[in-house]
Design a binder for this molecule. Structure first.
Ligand SMILES: [Zn+2]
Length: 225
C-alpha cells in the first residue's frame, strides 16, 4: 500500500478554549443523548475535521481510501461508540475520521477487548480493531494487489469484519482507479486474475467482476483512435 495510506495519526487533536466551552455547554443542556448533535458544536466539529483530515492525509481510518467531499464524506468517528460510553463522546483520543460507509458498517459494534472499562483505554492491545493512533495499518492488513483487504492478524481480520472492508464496492473503486492510472497496460486483466485467485477476500464476487469488466470495456472504447 502507498505510504500516504499507511499513516499512524501522530497526536490527538488539541481542544481549543472555544471547543472546551462549546462541549461544556452541550453537556449542560438536556437531552444528554443528543449531545453530539448539539448545534453549538459546529465550530468544534469543523476545526476537528480540518485538523484530522491533514493528519490522516485525507484518507479514511479504516478502509484507507481517499475521501472526496463530492461523492463520499468524512464522518467524525467515535472509535468506541458513544452509545456504549457517552462519557467518552468528546475525548479527542476516541475520535478520528472515517468515510461515511465504514462509519455506517461499524455502527455500534464493540471494539474493546475488555467491555466495561471505566477509564479510556490507551494501548493497542486494548482494541479489537486497528486503532489509527496506535496501530500501523500494514502490520495488520495487506492490500492484495492494492485492491483486496487481507487480514494478517486477528486485529486486521476483525477490522475487515466490523467495517465490512470486503464490500465489493470498495474493491471496485480501487480497481477502477488502478485501471484509469494505467491505460492500455493490461491492468484490468491482471486485476481480474488476482481477484479470481482470491475469491474469499471479497463479498459478491460476481458483481465485482461485472463492474471491472464494464470498466475495462469503457476504457477500451475511450482508447480507440
Ligand atoms: Zn472507509
Amino acid at each position: 500500500m502507498e505510504a500516504k495510506e499507511d499513516f499512524l495519526i501522530p497526536n490527538f487533536y488539541s481542544l481549543t478554549d472555544e471547543d472546551k466551552a462549546a462541549i461544556q455547554n452541550a453537556k449542560s443542556q438536556p437531552p444528554k443523548a443528543d449531545d453530539w448533535e448539539n448545534g453549538g458544536l459546529s465550530g468544534f466539529k469543523r476545526r476537528f475535521k480540518k485538523s484530522l483530515k491533514r493528519l490522516q492525509n485525507s484518507h479514511c481510518a479504516y478502509c484507507r481510501t481517499k475521501v472526496w467531499d463530492a461523492n463520499n464524506f468524512f464522518a467524525i468517528e467515535h472509535i468506541v461508540h458513544k452509545s456504549d460510553h457517552p462519557e467518552w463522546m468528546f475525548l479527542p483520543e476516541n475520535l478520528c475520521l472515517s468515510c461515511s460507509r465504514c462509519n455506517s458498517h461499524k455502527g455500534t459494534k464493540n471494539v474493546l477487548v475488555k467491555v466495561g472499562a471505566t477509564t479510556y483505554p490507551n494501548a493497542s492491545t486494548d482494541f479489537l480493531i486497528v486503532n489509527p493512533y496506535y496501530d500501523k495499518y500494514s502490520d495488520h492488513i495487506e492490500l492484495v494487489d492494492g485492491i483486496l483487504y487481507k487480514g494478517l492478524t486477528p486485529k486486521g481480520r476483525k477490522t475487515i469484519q466490523i467495517c465490512k472492508l470486503s464490500r465489493y464496492q470498495l474493491a471496485s473503486y480501487r480497481a477502477q482507479i488502478n485501471i484509469a492510472n494505467h491505460p492500455g497496460q493490461g491492468m484490468g486483466a491482471r486485476i481480474l486474475r488476482n481477484i479470481i485467485m482470491n475469491p474469499t477476500l471479497v463479498d459478491d464476487l460476481k458483481d465485482l467482476i461485472e463492474e471491472i469488466n464494464d470498466c475495462i470495456q469503457e476504457y477500451k472504447a475511450n482508447l480507440r483512435p
